[in-house]
Design a protein around this ligand. Structure first.
Ligand SMILES: Nc1ncnc2c1ncn2[C@@H]1O[C@H](COP(=O)(O)OP(=O)(O)OP(=O)(O)O)[C@@H](O)[C@H]1O
Length: 803
């Protein structure tokens, strides 16, 4: 880049910064002033409104005054909202107004397109000094390279020639660096960005979004977008930018709260919460699938969470029943089981549904058998859910009849005599209000009598005393029956737990009810475990979603029609069941699933890219788009070279070319010495300036032990991360691998990579997941034999030491 270019660019930057500053100064008093105005109107709101209801006209006038004031207020607030947003955007632009430029020639004219985190337009409203990165034209910066290029607008494709593509690093209004790029977005810039340290928050990648990531961000067509990407390939980063893009692109129709992100755990929620300044104060809704399960199930059966499930898988080998439980996890997450439950629901249409009787105090008002008879008296063609609704309505009607009869029961009389002061006052108050209504009836009747000159019949005469008693009785019965009605309305008369447990009775019955042919070998043991767990008022994690699914097959599907986009991060951790479930729950949503089968550490894992993956068929092939990401941005080349060999089979993981030391393997047979060495390494890493360091253990139990053993020997705080942790500080943390998913650290120390810890095939991905959390340094320790997955690596991918 020659001097002239630098000068010109710096000069332009200076002009833009000055214009930004001028606009900010111009807006400032308005932002302040408007705020004052709106609150002033609020304060005066009631002063200006006189509540006058003497005549109909007065009433109408008052009504319109209120309406008018309200409208003024709403409009002011809207304008203020816009101005404040504009002002915030400008403030955000000021230190680094843009990061890219594209010169695009179209119809003989060349336009310089400067790209930044939001748009900035000249006073004339036409000339864009900066284009928001989400505008159609800005996609040239991410997708195109010098030469023929095009971009797509809502009105169609625009073709032209890209004459230049340039990137900037701007800080405090000064150009620090500038590169002309050809194909991809400059490696130089990426190098610098990626060389930095990890944070306790995820970073925005807007300036260096890669072409293949841009395809994810801007995919506007697919009902289902699946992203299979290697560890560290920027899936989560791209997903978050996609949220920002969608909100911008559909700003008139899509609101942030119509987007839901399913995260792997609560700590991850905090990790990504503030990543997108583009979203301003708005942010999408974040949740975990577990939160959903807890919400719907915990009142009846406490569902286990996936972390306790995996903790069991990792720690309970050798305990009786372990193999059966493992088989159950696999089977209950499968499509076969999904189909089995669908068949079961069909079977239930004919027979076998179980009910709870409806009780009032110590009396059974309707027995389970009565309800069952009523249920199966419906024509068999009526869907289960519709029949349930009919039975519910029938029960409510019958309850009304019973309530009417009940009014004269002895207990009502009894309660009437024992109403305390407050209760009586309440009842009396209500009667009094009703009485006014009767009084008006009285007034009306006597007026008619006068006008017509004819005495009315007995219908106008009203025995208040009798009426009062009747109403009192009615109210007593009603309030006592309220819980019964509520139970009926909530369909508590259906014995869902019994219906689910019924599946685990005997093999022949199971086959008959579900048409299942292939059963897990240890089915009987599985049945026993499932029933025992349910008997304790609990539900295994692998049963929770199927249980809810069955419940909805019977009762009808719960849906949320507001949500337009669902994002599932760490998508390999969800079962076919859970996908089916999420699809039904959000019928009007598009789905984006991001994951890595290489990190599929849970038993219910789903391969995202296999052609027979349940994901591919969820919305049908035509509506599904699969994008693969293979470049890994997180780790150095040395770390990627090491980690990718831990996996079997083909895995095309291409490291981004950033170099660092090889991973180190330290074998110390004495555990105490290992601990001491590990602390020394932490201190050395800190001295080198790394301030996000994770000691990764296999289980939560091991994490606890590590902190107990190491903390007394060091003044550095070791943060223990558990499944309940919601946020963490930069520093040193001790964390089980399954909670470290999705996160990254400057340095990762794997506490025990021996064959005992990671020896079985299903522990391979666990070790892979742990190692791929490292950005700059990776270090593995073992007190016993190295894990076979480490032993299988060639010598030249690591530095080894033995003590
Ligand atoms: N285009 C990019 N420019 C700069 N940094 C990037 C880019 N893409 C990804 N990164 C960085 O790479 C790291 C990994 O990204 P991210 O966590 O999104 O990957 P992931 O695919 O979700 O990883 P994992 O599957 O391991 O959870 C982050 O530090 C992120 O900032």
């Amino acid at each position: 880049m020659d001097d002239k270019d630098w000068k010109q660019e710096q000069q332009r930057l200076g002009e833009v910064v000055a214009k930004l500053q001028a606009r900010i100064t111009e807006l400032e008093p308005m932002v302040e002033g408007l705020h004052g105005q709106a609150s002033e109107i609020r304060r005066r709101f009631w002063d200006e409104v006189t509540i006058n209801t003497a005549t109909d006209e007065d009433f109408e006038e008052t009504f319109y005054t209120i309406k008018q004031q309200q409208a003024v207020l709403v409009e002011r607030e809207r304008v203020q909202g816009q101005l404040v947003q504009q002002w915030k955007n400008l403030k955000r632009l000021l230190p680094a107004p843009y990061f890219g430029r594209v010169d695009f020639r179209e119809d003989g004219l060349t336009e310089q397109i400067y790209v930044g985190v939001s748009s900035f337009v000249e006073e004339d409203g036409l000339s864009f000094l900066i284009y928001d990165w989400r505008t159609p034209i800005a996609s040239l910066y991410y997708d195109g390279s010098p030469g023929p290029a095009s971009y797509v607008t809502p009105a169609g494709r625009i073709d032209g020639t890209m004459e230049l593509k340039r990137q900037y690093q701007i800080q405090q209004g000064q150009i620090r660096n500038m590169f002309d790029a050809s194909e991809t977005i400059g490696d130089e810039l990426l190098q610098q960005v990626l060389g930095k340290g990890a944070d306790s928050q995820m970073k925005s990648i807007v300036a260096t979004i890669q072409k293949e990531q841009n395809a994810i961000i801007r995919d506007d067509k697919s009902r289902m977008l699946i992203v299979q990407g290697a560890a560290g390939s920027g899936k989560t980063s791209a997903a978050l930018q996609r949220v920002a893009y969608l909100l911008y692109r559909h700003r008139n129709t899509l609101k942030a709260d119509q987007i839901v992100l399913f995260s792997p755990n609560p700590i991850f929620n905090g990790y990504v919460a503030t990543v997108l300044p583009e979203l301003g104060e708005e942010n999408m809704q974040q949740t975990t699938f577990q939160e959903y399960l807890d919400y719907w199930l915990s009142a009846t059966l406490a569902p286990e969470d996936p972390f306790d499930q995996i903790e069991y898988v990792l720690t309970a080998q050798g305990i009786p029943g372990y193999e059966a439980r493992l088989q159950a996890m696999g089977y209950k997450a499968s499509e076969s089981y999904l189909r089995a439950l669908q068949h079961y629901a069909k079977w239930l249409e004919r027979e076998g549904l179980l009910f709870h009787g409806v009780r009032f105090r110590d009396r059974e008002l309707f027995t389970a058998d009565q309800i069952k008879a009523q249920f199966y008296s419906c024509e068999p063609t009526v869907r289960l859910a519709d029949r349930v609704e009919r039975v519910r309505d029938w029960l409510l009607k019958e309850l009304s009849k019973l309530e009417r009869e009940e009014r004269w029961a002895a207990w009502v009389e009894e309660e009437m005599n024992h109403l305390d002061g407050d209760e009586y006052a309440e009842v009396f108050g209500k009667l009094h209000r009703d009485r006014e209504v009767f009084d008006i009836a009285e007034i009306y009747a006597s007026a008619r009598e006068r006008i017509q000159g004819k005495r009315r019949g007995d219908e106008g005469d009203f025995d208040f005393a009798e009426r009062e008693e009747e109403m009192l009785r009615e109210m007593i019965v009603k309030s006592n029956y309220k819980p019964v009605r509520r139970q009926v309305r909530k369909l508590k008369f259906i014995d869902t737990a019994g219906i689910y447990a019924q599946l685990f009775g005997d093999v022949a019955a199971y086959r008959a009810m579900t048409q299942e042919t292939e059963l897990p070998a240890l089915w009987e043991e599985i049945c026993k475990q499932t029933k025992e767990k349910m008997g304790r008022g609990e539900l295994f994690y692998e049963d929770a979603t199927p249980y809810l699914y069955l419940k909805e097959l019977i009762e009808g599907t719960r849906t949320n029609t507001e949500i337009r986009h669902v994002f599932v991060d760490e998508g390999q951790d969800y079962s076919a069941f859970q996908y089916e479930y999420i699809k039904r729950l959000f019928p009007h949503a598009r789905m984006t699933v991001l994951g890595d089968f290489g990190q599929a550490i849970f038993t219910q894992a789903t391969d995202l890219q296999k052609s027979d993956s349940p994901l591919a068929s969820l919305y049908g092939e035509a509506d599904t788009n699969l994008i693969r990401l293979v470049r890994s941005y997180r780790s150095t080349r040395e770390i990627v070279d090491f980690t990718k060999l831990l996996l079997t089979g083909e895995n095309d993981i291409v490291p981004f070319d950033r170099s660092g030391p090889k991973p180190s393997l330290t074998r110390i047979t004495n555990g105490e010495k290992r601990d001491a060495r590990l602390l020394e390494e932490i201190a050395a890493l800190q001295a080198e300036g790394y301030d996000s360091i994770a000691v990764i253990t296999k289980t939560a139990a091991e994490s606890r032990k590590v902190v107990e053993a190491l903390q007394p020997a060091t003044s550095t705080v070791l943060q223990l991360i558990t499944k309940d942790t919601v946020s963490f500080e930069k520093g040193v943390m001790v964390i089980p691998v399954y909670l470290a998913k999705g996160m990254e650290f400057d340095a990762v120390l794997v506490y025990e990579a021996s064959s005992e810890a990671y020896g079985r095939e299903n522990e391979r991905k666990l070790l892979y997941t742990a190692c791929t959390r490292a950005m700059h340094r990776l270090s593995l320790y073992a007190t016993g034999e190295w894990s076979p997955f480490v032993q299988a690596l060639p010598e030249n991918v690591s530095d080894q030491a033995s003590y």
